[in-house]
Design a protein around this ligand. Structure first.
Ligand code: HEC
Length: 126
């Protein structure tokens, strides 16, 4: 009886404490974690001459296929997207479904948390 009650109090305090810090810390942590997720992307999206993918600096809010140094596929040229949050989410979840026939050799991210975080990071990546 006594132990059960103490355990309950501890649990309630722990939940209260985590929701107190949650609000402000979650956002900063997301972009920071997104930076780690982006390591996967950086194999191709790395701004180096001859990189396999276009530069993603400033991609958030940019027109699709707008890196002048990169030769995009016709599919990507025709996509006519503005990379806002919904479009980035859809594309990163299933690139071929969003832009059919595009040439990104990457199957997409299956974990929604990875998508949230990498999009948060892309907003800051300029
Ligand atoms: C194996 C290489 C590779 C990986 C890994 C990769 N990409 Fe790409 N990505 C490409 C290529 C190539 C294109 C251009 C596709 C085309 O022209 O059809 C592209 C295009 C894009 C575009 C459109 C860019 C524009 O200027 O319109 C976005 C956004 C993008 N990738 C995001 C990502 C993100 C975020 C990741 C990691 C989660 C990622 N990619 C992983 C190769 C890659």
């Amino acid at each position: 009886m006594q132990n059960g009650k103490t355990g309950m109090t501890v649990l309630v305090l722990a939940v209260a404490a985590s929701s107190l810090v949650g609000g402000t810390r979650a956002e900063a942590a997301d972009a920071a974690r997104g930076k780690l997720v982006f390591q996967t992307c950086a194999a191709c999206h790395n701004d180096k001459p001859g990189a396999i993918g276009p530069s993603l600096r400033g991609v958030y809010g940019r027109q699709s296929a707008a890196d002048p140094d990169f030769r995009y596929s016709n599919a990507m040229m025709r996509a006519k997207l503005t990379w806002d949050e919904p479009d980035l989410r859809d594309y990163l979840k299933d690139p071929q479904a969003k832009v059919k026939g595009n040439r990104m050799p990457f199957g997409g991210l299956s974990d929604p948390k990875d998508i949230d975080d990498v999009v948060a990071y892309l907003k800051e990546y300029r």
